[in-house]
Design a protein around this ligand. Structure first.
Ligand code: FAD
Length: 502
């Protein structure tokens, strides 16, 4: 067998969340005597600075990047997140909770939710949220670590974090630099490609310097300097499915440790986020400029805030969609340069994380094998597409008809893959599984039921459980969940005991 023709130098262009997550993870895994990693970022341009809510797999990233959990929580002013409350998405005056973790326990020959559907059909009106420890704990303002041992009620709990995005970048930078990543400050003014192959050869900087490398990672955010501008990889726009394209972000001075969850409140032409951190609240309005002006969005945002604003609302523009290819020649796009689906369900940082782990799984040699690159692109494309479907569900499955925006969302065409998933659920309550779907059954269930999608029937195998046994089993689970939530410590106390901000 021939020796591998290894790459040696990696250049990360951009130092936002994507750049520093990539630098922290690669420097934790790649031995410094074999690989040099350089990150270039521009203080003048800065990072986007939003992106404060995460989903549970972030815990795996922290492990990969060798992040010390308590130090990270202190450094970033983080709080725990047990899920997302969606207000006014279905009718305009409703709310439901998308919890992290599982509902109830599977029993008999069918999954838990099928028994719950049957109980409903038999006249039991108990909402499914009564079987979710994360929902109960979130509304009671409680938190504790989940159990790692299976089969305890605390093992059904899932969690993620809210954190200050800029502090997170700084924290990861300190880890990456400690492990030998070289940071260069400067502005990239040109991306040079080799004449013969069209590979990226070097980045030219405004101070006249030049950075060469074997592998280039484009973390330049929405600008996509390498993958888009230099290599010309097209962007597939998804505004027909995900119409929001503007945001206004504003912090307020409230410290609220009693709501360990994100709130997403729907408005006439968009939705508002509320993210509690240890030192402030993160707030923002995501909207579509075809249905609302910036003034209208700002009025709705400023009229619905807790506390006093700490800065003027910051406008951000984006286009929902993804690259046609994420890895092109010797360049991989990670972060906003790769695509952006919009902030709903906090998936962007997760997509950064999976791009990094996928890069490690498909790590290149100098031959840049087209088969390896093709497989990386296929996985990433599928993951973006499945995530898109989940987000579209929130907008499309609504009964709202009180504004042009919601009429548009309710009646817009949706991806076929989502239509099939909805049809299957409406028919038999079954959750169609697809590869690369980052959201598990409990998430789809929470949002489908929350948005008013109701199955016509349930799994026939549930009928092997006699109605009295079904009733007893469900009651037992409800009592266990309620007791477990009661016994958990308050989130505020948990934070102050283990990880108060430094
Ligand atoms: P950026 O933060 O834009 O970083 C780009 C970097 O490239 C910067 O360092 C910049 O200096 C550098 N750069 C650019 N051009 C040059 C140049 N010419 N020379 C040198 N350097 C250059 N994600 C979540 O997971 N959860 C959320 O709750 C969430 N909320 C969001 C809310 C909004 C309104 C938006 C728009 C996004 C949100 N996101 C969220 C997405 C999240 O913010 C991003 O995925 C994440 O911050 C990664 O951004 P990035 O690093 O790709 O880009």
């Amino acid at each position: 067998m021939a020796r591998q023709d290894n790459i040696n130098s990696i250049v990360i262009a951009g130092g936002g969340t994507a750049g520093w997550m990539t630098a922290a993870a690669l420097s934790a895994v790649l031995p410094p005597h074999l690989y040099s990693i350089t990150l270039i970022e521009s203080d003048e341009i800065g990072a986007i600075g939003v992106g404060e809510a995460t989903i549970p797999p972030i815990q795996l990233f922290n492990r990969l990047a060798q992040v010390d959990e308590s130090a990270f929580i202190k450094a970033t002013g983080a709080t725990f997140k047990l899920g997302i409350e969606f207000a006014n998405w279905r009718t305009g005056s409703d709310r439901y909770f998308h919890p992290f973790g599982r509902y109830g326990d599977d029993f008999g020959a069918a999954p838990f939710h099928q028994h719950w559907l049957r109980a409903h059909a038999l006249g039991d009106p108990t909402p499914i949220s009564e079987y979710s420890l994360a929902t109960k704990a979130a509304y009671a303002g409680k938190f504790r670590w989940p159990d790692t041992a299976a089969n305890t009620v605390y093992s059904t709990l899932g969690f993620a974090y809210h954190f200050d995005a800029l502090r997170y970048g700084k924290y990861l930078r300190s880890l990456a630099e400690m492990r030998g990543v070289e940071r260069r400050e400067g502005k990239i003014v040109d991306v040079r490609l080799t004449a013969e192959t069209g590979y990226v050869e070097s980045l030219r900087l405004s101070d006249g310097g030049e950075l060469t490398g074997d592998l280039f990672i484009d973390c330049t955010g929405l600008r996509a300097l390498l993958i888009g501008e230099a290599l010309g990889v097209d962007y597939q726009e998804w505004s027909r499915y995900l119409p929001c394209n503007r945001a206004l972000a504003v912090p307020t001075d409230v410290i609220d440790l009693d709501t360990p969850y994100t709130r997403a409140t729907a408005h006439a032409a968009g939705w508002q986020w509320r993210i509690p951190l240890q030192h402030r609240l993160g707030n923002g309005m995501v909207y579509c400029d075809g249905f609302w002006s910036e003034d209208e969005a700002a009025r709705a945002l400023l009229g619905n805030l807790d506390g006093d604003v700490l800065a003027d609302p910051r406008p951000i523009r984006f286009r929902t969609g993804r690259r046609e290819r994420f890895w092109e020649k010797n360049c991989i796009a990670i972060g906003l340069s790769a695509g952006f689906l919009e902030p709903l369900e906090s998936t962007s940082i997760h997509l950064i994380q999976t791009s990094i782990t996928r890069l490690l799984g498909f790590f290149p040699t100098r031959s840049f094998d087209p088969l390896v690159i093709g497989e990386y692109n296929r996985h990433t494309t599928n993951e973006y597409d499945r995530t898109r479907d989940f987000l579209v569900l929130h907008y499309h499955a609504t009964e709202r008809s009180d504004s042009e925006f919601w009429n548009h969302c309710r009646t817009m065409p949706i991806p076929e893959t989502l239509a099939e998933k909805l049809d299957m659920f409406r028919g038999s309550g079954r959750l169609l599984k697809r590869d690369f779907d980052l959201f598990q059954d409990a998430s789809w269930l929470a949002v489908m039921l929350g948005q008013g999608v109701r199955p016509k029937s349930y799994d026939p195998l549930t009928e092997s459980v006699p109605p009295l046994d079904l009733d007893r089993a469900l009651r037992g689970m409800r009592v266990t969940v309620a007791r477990a939530a009661e016994e958990m410590p308050p989130h505020a106390r948990f934070i102050s005991q283990f990880c108060s901000a430094a």
